[in-house]
Write a protein that binds this ligand. Structure first.
Ligand code: MGD
Ligand code: MGD
Ligand code: SF4
Ligand code: MO
Length: 688
């Protein structure tokens, strides 16, 4: 009989790009992660994890984890082979190439490419930013997910703040607007269910009858990219029928007269035609919204991925002020809670290390185009926390760009992703279970510490240590490159901010997590005080006016609109939202989760399928002028007519045809924030 292995428990935080930012309890035995569970004493997590992270030991100790630095020995691309090298050699090679590029082309020819594969404040952006600033590399505009919505919201409300999610249990009506909460915001859904038990009515606004919409009392299946029109139509009816809060409007909003004028152009009949829904749905929703208190809107990034994504979020964000919903603690709107945290971004990133004039900005959502056409040309790319070959739009250009023989590419990841196949130097990253970090959240109001649970596997390094060593190799001697991870955690927040009253790094480290010092059960804008320039909810936005944009909410049709000429050739609007068992491309290399998701699927309405002779389970090609990918047809009325849906994001090399849905998505940008327009994509579908 063998002795049972002694175990202990470590407190961690889920590092994935997910609003829930769960508190984890990691059971360790024999320096292996044996179990991961949700912390019971962290209110948002409440002891529950999503399936993906409940099986986390499989990811941490996966046989495919990268353990050593390596150099590519064969051709770039799928099937690429690598041979092990030492860290010394890897760092020396990178530094030599970077120095050569700086001398011949200037430092701007080097571009960092990262997103939120690790969402910890250290892992997301700290030592890496210092390194690239000091180098004088191009700056990266991180637009691939939320920049349009964030700006639209900021123009209206002032910052990423609003309804405290914990208050939503007391709402009488909750609108889930472009939010598949059961899949991508599970812990918010738990609160919604509690509200439902207490008698709340739930309405989903989504082109698809998702698992979330299934559980709502009503589902409005509008066409993708038409949310601003719907919101303007609701405002039209609310104002026309006197369902508005005149006192709140007079005291706490800006530009009501201009708004009233604007929404006259959006009567329910026109709005219904734009959105592809029934006039009574517009009237009914407006009356439900105007007649119910408290009324909450959970709007999510699903509505910010089309041409007018910024305006869509902005239009929705105008609604609560119009009816005075902010008067109630359980009323208002929630997009992201991230603006509540006093993060000391400048201390973490040290922008003063940048040369003057400041280096150019490269938009990550157009990396394919930029690798092929940016001038001065991009000569080196350093990828970490992201898998652009699979996740960036318009794969044909992305792949052609990454395949350039004269491009020097470094990739730092836990796995050999589609992007890693194009690396010249491939570096092993630790998982968060092997490193220290500190976290904010964009779906709740708690700070958390992530303690390392086990030693780094193989020779893997955290992002911080990688860039610390690379800085030394480059001869960067500034003191900030010697800061330890613990120093960085201490620098990450402005501890003197009243929202952190009573907290310090030491206290947080000891307790594991803490709620921001914001009053519980409060209505943040009951008495106005919006963090906008005017202090009011801005129906008329001075920020947008200054930027030369329409200062009032408006409907901007998708770039690829069904009433355009393009639609005669490609009549279906394709959306590609997240799969339940993947997190972007993370987990999409796990046998367990691949088995759950089976194979890339294309959901089509029976009428659209019949018109093309497509039957259930048949292999189809989904195509437009940019490219095509193959999928298994799922014929179902879960998608509305005119819309096709394919869950994402599959690894290309693990898909039957070696491609994924980003073959067809476009690099066109949103109205605000230079955001990606993944859900603004016309296609045609045929048997493969
Ligand atoms: N399981 C899982 N969870 C995740 C992720 C994941 O990949 N898997 N990804 C994480 C990340 S990075 C993010 S940004 C969030 C994303 O999660 P959300 O912010 O919720 O956004 P999406 O999932 O893109 O879209 C949500 C819903 O909007 C619908 N939708 C699409 N287009 C439109 C539209 O034009 N109007 C309206 N009203 N609805 C529309 C989609 O059908 C989908 O059901 O989730 C995070 N959580
Ligand atoms: N068609 C379509 N495309 C989309 C979307 C969509 O809805 N449809 N969603 C978009 C959205 S919202 C987003 S946010 C992006 C997400 O796109 P990405 O940010 O690329 O997200 P992931 O695919 O999860 O890739 C993150 C990578 O970082 C690695 N990683 C994790 N932790 C660390 C670490 O500590 N260090 C290093 N060096 N690496 C680490 C992971 O192993 C993984 O390979 O995709 C976008 N692309
Ligand atoms: S992915 Fe989201 S729901 Fe799952 S454990 Fe992480 S934070 Fe929680
Ligand atoms: Mo995202």
């Amino acid at each position: 009989m063998s002795n049972p292995v002694a175990t202990h428990t470590v407190r961690a935080a889920c590092p994935h790009d997910c609003p829930d930012t769960c508190a984890l309890e990691v059971t360790v035995g024999d320096d292996r992660v044996v179990k991961v569970s949700g912390a019971a004493d962290h209110p948002p997590t409440a002891g529950v994890l999503c399936t993906k992270v409940a099986y986390y030991p499989e990811r941490i100790h996966h046989a495919d984890r990268l353990l050593y630095p390596a150099r590519r020995v064969g051709a770039k691309g799928p099937g690429a082979r690598f041979e092990r090298i030492s860290w010394d050699e890897a760092l020396a090679t990178i530094a030599r190439r970077f120095q050569r590029i700086v001398a011949s082309d200037g430092a701007e020819a080097i571009v960092p490419y990262s997103y939120a594969g690790n969402s910890g404040l250290l892992g997301y952006g700290s030592m890496d930013r210092r390194f690239f600033h000091r180098l004088g590399a191009s700056r990266l505009d991180r637009t691939i997910c939320a920049s349009a919505g964030a700006l639209g919201y900021q123009a209206t409300i002032g910052a990423s703040v609003g309804l405290d999610p914990e208050n939503v249990v007391d709402a009488r009506l909750i609108i889930l607007w472009g939010s598949n909460s059961v899949v991508s915001n599970l812990h918010f859904w738990r609160l919604v269910q509690e509200a439902k038990r207490r008698g709340a009515r739930l309405i989903a606004i989504d082109p698809c009858r998702t698992v979330t919409a299934d559980k709502c009392d009503q589902h409005i299946a509008l066409l993708p990219g038409t949310d601003a029109a719907l919101a303007l139509g609701l405002m039209h009816v609310l104002i026309r029928d006197g369902l508005i809060d005149h006192d709140y409007i007079a005291r706490h909003t800006l530009g009501f007269a201009a708004l009233r004028e604007r929404v006259l152009a959006y009567p329910p009949a026109r709005v219904a035609a734009i959105c592809g829904i029934d006039e009574v749905e517009v009237e009914g929703l407006a009356h439900a919204y105007g007649d119910t208190r408290p009324v909450a809107i959970r709007v999510n990034y699903g509505i910010n991925r089309t041409a007018g994504g910024g305006m869509a979020v902005r239009s929705v964000a105008c609604l609560p002020a119009l009816v005075g919903a902010w008067r109630d603690p359980a009323g208002g709107v929630l997009l992201s809670t991230s603006g509540n945290y006093p993060v000391a971004t400048a201390a973490l990133e040290q922008p003063e290390l940048m040369p003057e004039p400041m280096p150019r900005i490269v938009n990550m959502s157009r990396i394919g185009n930029d690798l092929l056409r940016a001038r001065p040309a991009i000569k080196a790319l350093f990828v970490y926390n992201s898998n652009p070959v699979a996740v960036a739009p318009h794969s044909a250009e992305v792949v052609e760009g990454f395949a350039r023989e004269d491009l020097f590419t470094v990739v730092h990841d836990l796995f050999q992703t589609d992007t890693a196949d194009y690396a010249d130097i491939l570096l092993p990253a630790t998982s968060h279970m092997e490193q220290l970090d500190v976290h904010k959240s964009y779906g709740h109001l708690y700070l958390q510490v992530n303690q390392p649970a086990i030693a780094p596997l193989g020779e893997a390094l955290p992002n911080t240590e990688l860039f610390r060593r690379l800085a030394r190799q480059m001869g960067f001697s500034e003191a900030c490159f010697s800061d330890s991870d613990e120093d960085l955690c201490r620098q990450a927040f402005d501890w003197s901010d009243p929202r952190l009253a009573g907290l310090s790094w030491e206290r947080l480290r000891a307790d594991g997590h803490a709620r921001l010092n914001l009053p519980r059960g409060a209505a943040p804008f009951a008495e106005g005080g919006f963090p906008t320039p005017s202090g009011k909810c801005e129906f008329h936005s001075s920020l947008l006016a200054q930027a030369g944009l329409d200062p009032l909410p408006n409907f901007i049709a998708p770039h690829e609109w069904r009433e355009s000429e393009l639609a005669t050739e490609f009549p279906l609007a394709l959306i590609t939202p997240p799969a339940r068992n993947f997190l972007n491309t993370s987990f999409a290399n796990s046998a367990r989760f691949l088995a759950q998701e089976r194979s890339p699927a294309l959901y089509l309405h029976p009428a659209d399928a019949a018109a093309r002779g497509i039957v259930d389970e048949r292999r189809v090609r989904v195509f437009n002028r940019r490219g095509e990918f193959h999928a298994r047809a799922v014929v179902t009325d879960r998608v509305r007519p005119g819309v096709a849906m394919s869950t994402s994001i599959w690894w290309r090399k693990l898909s039957p045809d070696g491609r994924n849905c980003n073959e067809v998505t476009s690099q066109a940008l949103t109205d605000m924030g230079g955001g990606a327009t993944f859900y603004d994509c016309l296609v045609e579908v045929a048997d493969a």
